[in-house]
Design a protein around this ligand. Structure first.
Ligand code: NAD
Ligand code: 0WE
Length: 261
């Protein structure tokens, strides 16, 4: 018996076999969860079909989180096959590419800022609102993925850092709101990992080697590292934890000055 057996999990954010959400799905399945997936568009459906097959799932629903209607439809459809939802994983982030390079203000626009906030932060609250009824009174939990740029100023992360700060605040406000219904809400702040979301980001390789050099564990984290913590946080083993951001970053964020000559 796995630590998630009997639990029904909705996973939002699979785009490839390198996605953090893909590893979370594998781990959830191994621990006995039943899984439903969403996919952004028809281009990504094939990838989602693959992980669905691996995890014995046949529930795949379209969901662009920019659309209130699609978010609503996800839970309408789920309601036809499930009596409730125990876990929602939100592994989604997006800002227009040009805003993730140069100085923060260089390419900043009202529209780009709004897109980053909408897709990367509001969508977590939107899923909570639409899924609230199905999560009622069953010790459910929600999880989202954040990054250190939420709490530290970083080169190039720019508007995504601002959106992640709002996402982490959402974790606390949603935990406060949904706690009385037995719903826990948490986040994982992951170290940098080479996924599609990291592709085309300038200097990503140097970021990886920087972390491998400076972090206490002297390595980068993997999707599997994140997925194991995700599984714990969404299981009843974490029933006393809500509103928290757990760092899965090989310890990078705790360091100050290090390795002086
Ligand atoms: P990924 O590209 O595999 O996942 C990002 C997902 O966001 C994709 O599945 C994509 O389809 C989805 N998405 C984008 N716009 C969407 C929309 N409008 N509607 C629905 N889905 C949409 O990359 P990943 O690294 O697995 O990212 C998952 C999460 O982890 C993101 O929130 C990211 O910010 C966070 N994160 C990533 C890293 C890293 O270094 N890779 C580190 C810390 C946190
Ligand atoms: O959250 C992220 C990436 C989020 C992301 C990535 C893209 C690339 C493609 C959001 N929007 C887009 N838009 C695109 O068009 N990470 C934590 C990974 C990441 O991205 C960075 C990083 C790190 C780490 C961008 C700049 C600096 C560091």
């Amino acid at each position: 018996m796995g630590i998630l057996s009997g639990k029904k999990a909705l996973i939002v954010g699979v785009a490839s076999n390198r996605s953090i959400a893909w590893s979370i799905a594998e781990q959830f399945h191994q621990q006995g969860a039943e899984i439903a997936y969403t996919y952004l568009d028809d281009k990504l459906l094939k990838r989602v079909q693959k992980i669905a097959a691996i995890t014995n799932s046949d529930i795949m629903l379209p969901c662009d989180v920019a659309s209130d209607q699609q978010i609503k439809d996800v839970f309408t459809e789920l309601g036809k096959v499930w009596d409730g939802v125990d876990i929602i994983v939100h592994s989604v982030g997006f800002a227009p590419r040009e805003l993730l390079q140069g100085q923060y203000l260089d390419n900043l626009t009202r529209e780009g800022y709004s897109t980053a906030m909408d897709i990367s932060s509001y969508s977590f609250a939107a899923l909570a609102k639409a899924g609230q009824e199905m999560m009622q009174d069953r010790d459910a939990s929600m999880l989202t993925l954040s990054y250190l740029g939420a709490v530290r100023a970083m080169d190039n992360y720019n508007v995504m850092g601002v959106a992640k700060a709002a996402l982490e605040a959402n974790v606390r406000y949603l935990a406060h709101n949904l706690g009385p219904q037995g719903v826990r809400v948490n986040g994982i702040s992951a170290g940098p990992i080479k996924t599609l979301a990291a592709s085309g980001i300038g200097n990503f390789k140097s970021m990886l080697s920087h972390v491998a050099e400076k972090s206490p564990l002297r390595r980068n984290v993997t999707q599997e590292d994140v997925a194991h913590t995700a599984t714990f946080l969404c299981s009843d083993w974490a029933r006393g934890i809500t509103g928290e951001i757990t760092y899965v970053d090989a310890g990078y964020s705790i360091m100050g000055i290090t390795n002086l000559e």
